[in-house]
Design a binder for this molecule. Structure first.
Ligand code: SF4
Length: 501
């Protein structure tokens, strides 16, 4: 019996930007008697189904974006005689769909860290159940990844998780519902030990793949302090102290380490936290800006963000403290108008953010937006070749619409083409070169240009463009760009590096 773990993908680039962490975590959660799992990351290359034999077990992790490909892989593996087990966010939200479309033998909902071993043991004993629920595992039980299984030279960034869950409740995001609103923080020692292992293996760039690296804002402390009962305040203070402890330990790692994470904009009000990030070599963060107007922020339940000039100032604060921002913006909100696109592009420039992504509002399952949108279609939603739009992830890629949300004043195509224009403006060669001034050496600036171009090809032209020629050009270009980019990210293995005290 051979165990396979598959990360499905419709597009393979040969080299990927970030390691899909779950593959290596589940490999670590696999009891030793099942042998070493074969890891197949289809963002690198497609699974060769003929390798799967009768009696094998195949674990497939699906999120909404790759569910259709995941089902295809599962059906093909089942036809080979394998036992097929699904997990991941989408399987957690739609277990019945996974059983039906993916021909699953079993579905694992929630965190796989602990329950995966049980599902395997049951499969071995011949009494595999149809459904397992891993629930939300406590931080101290998060399983570290098996980095010995990562193929050398295939990924630019490794990924380590330090906290799951987010206390916010943005309408377009499912994290706070699937991972919960109570942050589950991982033990500092476990995080640092895993990072040291990665540096020993030559990974210098490491993504702290957290839902929200800044789970306790100063405002939360102030609110808790106003209560007569100080137990919540003490709990929050403890969590904050642990974040600082983690950053203090990261600061002791080699200075050329580069970490990247995701945080909320409130962190800009907290200079002590930003300085600790800089000292810890957390050099960049994805910040969900989403909208640049107060109405847009209300649309997404994110009115804890700022708008206009105050927003630009707030974003600049990150850079002033040495943290580069990858700003994430959403287009297609009900309050958006044609002028919003230019205003957003102008704000991104004025705020001096280093990278940006401009996504179109998409009703992802598990979100408030999805529920409202699904309900608005009633019993008979429109369909594409018999698949209701409210199950858009089941529509074949070539026929899948790019935008779903009704807009009061703009057509879908207008939102899409204006979004594409903002990508084109932000990532034009001239503006990238101007932004690259944040790096002093010529070599560094050229690397910045290359990486910016890669980012745009991978995420804009393959995702938003409807023109198939533009899409395939972008894929070809991305496959070419990933080769030099990976070299830029590679570090020298440091086999003797010790875990800092
Ligand atoms: S978008 Fe970010 S801040 Fe909002 S709920 Fe999701 S993870 Fe939390």
């Amino acid at each position: 019996m051979q165990l396979f773990l598959v990360n499905p993908s419709d597009i393979s680039f040969g080299i990927a930007v970030i390691t899909p962490r779950w593959l290596f975590v589940l490999a670590a959660a696999t009891p030793a008697r099942f042998g070493t799992p074969i890891i197949v990351d289809e963002t690198l290359e497609t699974l060769d189904v003929s390798r799967v034999k009768s009696g094998d077990i195949v674990g497939i992790g699906v999120h909404t974006g790759n569910a259709l490909r995941g089902y295809e892989v599962g059906r093909a593996c089942r036809a080979q005689g394998a036992t097929v087990i699904y997990g991941g966010i989408h399987a957690t939200l739609f277990p019945e769909e996974v059983l039906q479309h993916g021909q699953a033998h079993a579905v694992v909902k929630g965190d796989g860290d602990l329950v995966w071993g049980k599902a395997l043991a049951d499969a071995e004993a011949g009494h595999l159940q149809t459904m397992y629920d891993g629930g939300r595992v406590a931080g101290e039980s998060f399983v570290p990844a098996r980095w010995d299984l990562v193929e050398r030279g295939r990924y630019m960034w490794a990924s380590v998780q330090t906290v799951r869950g987010c206390p916010k409740h943005c309408s377009f995001c499912s994290v706070w519902r699937t991972d919960g609103q109570a942050p589950r923080m991982r033990n500092v020692d476990a995080v640092v030990t895993e990072i040291v292992e990665l540096r020993r293996r030559g990974f210098r760039f490491i993504a702290l793949a957290d839902d929200n690296f800044y789970p306790v804002a100063l405002k939360d402390l102030e609110q808790a302090d106003r209560r007569a009962d100080k137990s919540r305040l003490n709990e929050l203070k403890e969590m904050r102290a642990e974040r600082f402890e983690l950053m203090r330990r990261l600061a002791k790692l080699p200075k050329d380490s580069v970490f990247f994470t995701q945080i909320t904009m409130e962190a800009a009000e907290d200079p002590e936290f930003l300085d600790a990030m800089r000292n810890a070599n957390i050099k960049g963060a994805l910040v969900g800006v989403e909208a640049v107007t107060p109405d847009g922020l209300k649309d997404v339940y994110k009115d804890f963000n700022l708008a206009g000039d105050a927003l630009a100032n707030r974003l600049r604060t990150f850079k002033e403290h040495g943290v580069h921002v990858l700003g994430s913006f959403i287009f297609g909100l009900p309050s958006d108008r044609p002028a919003t696109f230019d205003a957003t592009a102008a704000l991104a420039e004025a705020a001096q953010i280093t990278f940006a992504q401009f996504v179109m509002l998409t009703p992802f399952p598990g979100t408030i937006d999805f529920e409202k949108w699904e309900k608005s279609h009633g019993e008979n939603p429109p369909s594409v070749d018999g698949t209701p739009l409210t199950r858009h992830w089941l529509i074949p890629m070539s026929k899948r619409p790019k935008f779903y949300m009704p807009h009061p004043t703009m057509s879908h195509d207008e939102v899409r083409s204006r979004t594409q224009a903002v990508w084109d403006r932000f990532y034009s060669t001239g503006t990238i070169w101007a932004r690259s001034k944040c790096i002093s050496s010529l070599k560094g600036r050229l690397a910045f240009v290359l990486i910016s171009k890669l980012y745009r090809q991978m995420y804009a032209n393959t995702g938003i463009a409807t023109d198939s020629a533009r899409q395939s050009r972008a894929r070809r270009m991305a496959r070419l760009l990933v080769i030099p980019c990976r070299k830029l990210f590679a570090g020298k293995p440091m086999p003797d590096l010790q875990v800092p005290a």
